[in-house]
Ligand binder design. Structure first.
Ligand code: MN
Length: 558
């Protein structure tokens, strides 16, 4: 595979991106003291390693130029065209989304990142960016370390896993683990290190024996190696096994890479012939791939010295796909004959043309169990929902047509109740302004402001509606705005009878409404009371109408 340096020499686009980024970041330093350019360079190297195309490599080199230098996205568009600037813009947008550990919203956030990306290559650049940021996380302030590590563990590692990038996902988790669980990490290192080393020595002793047997059986083999289980996944497994390391058989697994799919099963036969399998431990992920596309045969055997050993058997392609997932698919099936990125994006959405799109669709299906997550990666996976952002980068999930008032109530009832104005993407917007996905919404509040009845005409969420009604009902307008305080006047036409007037006023006072004046010129009676919401007035009126001798009843605000 070509290195970044070779590609810089070969590709005009990549070389121009390289020079541009280097110049743009000149003089800037990372928190760890290194020249800033080292960072985009490292991201681009990951992109090269994953076998992606030149525009993605260019985008990785340029990914921080809009955020961290004086250049704008328009500058990049002029300089590098639509495709590269589109990718950089996507990465910049995703960068604004922040996870702050609200468990219930984590799935939303993962979906939102896919939504914002619009193109799988955008996420890949973001993942490459995150990988390097995690490697240099030590240089950041501890509070920031925690936040970034948590976001990596909860958002980016799972995203990588779901894109089938097992190696990256594990790497990100292992980089985040010590920041999030320092005690547990220390325990693990102390308790596992020796066992790891012992198992690795064992594995090296056993490999030549297996190689010899496979050769005798004529299995075409590429290589055998072993892989130590990653700390984070080991820790998760230990939690399920009462922290008993003895019961973890894949601490170090042997990996047999063979030439063809047939060789996978042939190798399995050889292995089971020389070492008896542990019952119920065989898994055929070739016939039944994991939801993220992972394919391999797994078996656990009683190896030499009667040691229980896990062995994984796969082809090189299966191995590459397991390591690099969707990126490997990209590398294996580079989309050819597409003239520009728009056409390619169409290709991205056309599942008939490319086998792996189908797989991606399957991955997406697995991404969430609900139907809302959708048709193509391109657009449209939230048909009836919009995802908006708080200035802190928290994602607020709303129905289509939702307004800043819905948004405000979604954050907190108090914010909704005291909402006085809104900014959408930094600009003042009307409270009834319909929001779009990706909008960043800032709500302004005033302590003495309260919900207005007019809001009920444009809010879209039941949540907002209920809270507005409750606020109007319970507190009455006087709580919120003295100027709106109005007097309620009831007007009755009654038949005269002894005690009727006191019955009328009694009903009103029992409803906890203050009577201000009573004016009777029979058969007409006018009673004025303190202000109350329309709904409450209606209810009271209905009650009063039940009194037999009342022939007519109405009310108005005066
Ligand atoms: Mn970056």
């Amino acid at each position: 595979m070509a290195t970044l340096n070779e590609i810089v020499r070969k590709s005009d686009l990549v070389r121009r991106a390289y020079d541009f980024a280097k110049k743009a970041h000149a003089g800037q330093k990372r928190k760890n003291g290194e020249p800033y350019f080292n960072h985009p360079l490292a991201a681009a190297e990951s992109i090269v390693e994953w076998g992606l195309d030149d525009p993605t490599i260019a985008a990785a080199l340029l990914h921080d130029t809009v955020e961290d230098t004086s250049f704008t996205i328009q500058d990049l568009r002029n300089e590098f065209g639509e495709e590269v600037s589109f990718l950089v813009d996507g990465v910049t947008k995703i960068g604004k989304v922040k996870y702050r550990g609200i468990e219930a919203k984590v799935e939303n956030l993962r979906k939102f990142i896919l939504y914002l990306s619009q193109d799988i290559r955008v996420i890949l650049v973001k993942l490459a960016d995150r990988l390097n940021n995690m490697k240099t996380l030590y240089a950041l302030h501890p509070s920031k370390q925690k936040r970034v590590a948590l976001e990596t563990m909860e958002i980016y590692a799972p995203l990588a896993y779901r894109l089938g990038m097992q190696k990256l996902s594990g790497e990100l988790e292992d980089l985040a683990f010590p920041y999030l669980y320092p005690q547990e990490h220390k325990w693990l290192i102390e308790n596992v290190k020796e066992r790891f080393e012992e198992r690795e020595r064992y594995s090296r002793r056993v490999q030549p024996i297996l190689e010899e047997e496979l050769r005798k059986d004529g299995v075409e083999m590429t290589k055998i190696d072993s892989r130590a289980k990653r700390y984070t996944s080991l820790y998760k497994k230990l939690l399920r096994y009462d922290m008993n390391i003895e019961s973890i058989y894949d601490l170090v697994a042997m990996r047999v890479i063979v030439k063809s799919l047939e060789d996978c099963y042939a190798a399995l036969g050889t292995i089971h012939k020389i070492w008896p399998p542990v019952p119920h431990r065989f898994k055929d992920y070739i016939a039944l791939p994991k939801p993220n596309g992972y394919r391999s045969l797994h078996t656990t055997v009683f190896g030499p010295e009667n040691k229980i050993t896990e062995i994984q058997i796969k082809t090189q392609q299966m191995h590459d796909e397991a390591e690099n997932g969707i990126a490997a698919h990209f590398a294996y099936q580079q989309i050819k004959n597409t003239k520009n990125y728009l056409e390619r994006n169409v290709a991205f959405a056309d599942r008939k043309e490319l086998g792996w799109i189908q797989q991606l669709r399957n991955w997406q299906k697995n991404f969430t169990n609900s139907e809302e997550f959708v048709q193509s990666l391109k657009i449209d996976f939230f048909k009836d929902r919009i995802l908006t952002l708080t200035p802190q980068g928290e994602v607020i999930d709303l129905p289509v047509g939702a307004t800043p008032v819905d948004f405000a109530y979604q954050i907190h009832t108090d914010i909704g109740n005291h909402c006085s104005g809104a900014k959408v993407n930094g600009k003042i917007a009307a409270l009834e302004h319909p929001l779009k996905s990706g909008d960043m919404v800032e709500i302004m509040t005033q302590k003495n402001k309260g919900p207005s009845e007019a809001w009920l005409n444009f809010v879209h969420t039941g949540n907002a509606r209920n809270h507005i009604r409750a606020a109007l009902r319970h507190s009455g307008p006087s709580m919120f705005n003295k100027k709106e305080l109005r007097t309620l006047e009831f007007k009755f036409t009654i038949s005269d009878r002894v005690g009727l007037l006191s019955e009328l006023t009694g009903v009103i006072s029992r409803s906890h409404v203050n009577i201000q004046t009573v004016n009777a010129k029979l058969p007409s009676v006018k009673i004025t009371c303190g202000a109350l919401p329309k709904e409450k007035a209606e209810k009271l009126l209905a009650k009063l109408k039940k009194i037999k001798e009342i022939r007519e009843a109405s009310y108005r605000f005066v």
